[in-house]
Design a protein around this ligand. Structure first.
Ligand code: SF4
Ligand code: SF4
Length: 338
């Protein structure tokens, strides 16, 4: 029996092939459920909760009521505003998903085995090899499922596939360390270095994030530090300068410092999960602002800085067709990168 045949199944919510945002080259990104943080700007709200969740797609709903009839827990009600889901009653069974003739209900997340994922991932080996890519484990926070992630990483390494770990750093080092040790590259989020704001925004301790970042660097692991640039939260120049100074002083294995421009294209995900999204109407950050923040980080001695994401030309709001290639990073900016 190979090692992964006995490993536990993982709780995932997406497998994205041909990704160019989460590390070098062309990659497959596996998104895992469960995160210790609760960032109000999170682009993957379906990754926060470790449990599976029921999503309702309003535009698809035809009011057929088949879901209501089949639900054994009385969790569904059709109102003039649409379908209401009593999420305390729903146990994600998922009878309504199967009963809906319009595909308007969908369980977010599923169990996946290491063997199944690896079999799927190796099919794209030629893309990884020709582009210098590989696999990125993201989420949510991969370290919330350490046993599964370690088994998956071991399997991928035995296939000689480059593995990047995308982490928020908000977990105990004892849990993170064995995962970091198996990674070829660590994508590490530093959102703000203000302790009070960090706790207020994410619900997590900043000191743990910083201690873990230093520990990753001490292991000699190449790092890409990433700061989401969120209007009103992390977009002040002093924040970027402070993070840049921390990088130069404490993270010598940093190969890239990436500023990720915010966009609100994830708003629909919040709606489908019945949650509010505080930044639903937030306009894009301007290109000028992103350039200025990039220059500020460079001014602090971080030459490997770049920015990516959607930004508004000349400080105006931009639509999706105005997404452009960021000359600094050489990466094509697309939504969903925070
Ligand atoms: S750390 Fe990342 S995945 Fe977790 S809530 Fe924040 S943005 Fe979302
Ligand atoms: S997933 Fe099951 S319990 Fe939840 S609303 Fe649908 S039928 Fe009811």
């Amino acid at each position: 029996m190979s090692s992964h045949e006995s490993s536990p199944a993982g709780r995932i919510f997406n497998v994205q092939r041909h990704s160019t945002e989460d590390g070098p080259g062309i990659r497959t990104t596996v998104f895992l459920k469960g995160c210790p943080m609760r960032c109000p700007w999170c682009h993957n709200p379906e990754g926060m909760d470790s449990r599976f969740e029921l999503a309702w797609y309003k535009p698809r709903c035809i009011g057929a009521k088949a879901c209501i009839e089949v639900c054994p827990r009385g969790a569904l009600t059709l109102t003039p505003e649409g379908l209401e889901i009593d999420r305390t009653a729903c146990n994600v069974c998922p009878l309504c998903e199967r009963a809906c003739p319009a595909g308007a209900l969908e369980v977010t997340g599923r169990l996946a085995t290491v063997a199944e994922l690896v079999e799927r991932i190796v099919r794209d080996r030629v893309f990884y090899e020709t582009s210098g890519g590989g696999v990125t484990l993201s989420g949510g926070e991969p370290a919330m499922q350490p046993e599964f992630v370690i088994a998956l990483m071991r399997s991928l390494r035995s296939e000689a596939i480059h593995v990047a770990l995308d982490t928020c750093g908000g977990v105990a080092w004892a849990r993170l360390k064995p995962i970091v040790e198996l990674a070829d590259l660590v994508l590490y989020d530093l959102k703000t270095l203000n302790d009070v704001q960090h706790r207020e925004y994410t619900g997590s301790s900043l000191s743990q994030v910083l201690d873990n970042a230093c520990a990753v660097a001490r292991l000699g692991k190449p790092m890409w530090i990433r700061t989401p640039i969120i209007p009103g939260y992390t977009d002040d120049e002093e924040n970027v300068r402070t993070i840049a100074r921390f990088i130069t002083e404490a993270l010598p294995t940093t190969e890239r410092y990436e500023l990720l421009a915010f966009n609100n294209t994830c708003g629909g995900k919040y709606l489908r999960l019945g949650r509010s999204f505080a930044l639903a109407d937030e306009p894009l950050v301007s290109e000028q602002r992103m350039e200025a923040l990039t220059a500020a980080a460079r001014d602090e001695g971080v030459d490997c800085v770049c920015w990516s994401g959607m930004a508004a030309p000349q400080g105006r709001g931009a639509s999706r067709h105005q997404v452009r290639q960021n000359a600094n990073s050489g990466s094509v900016a697309t939504p969903g990168s925070l």
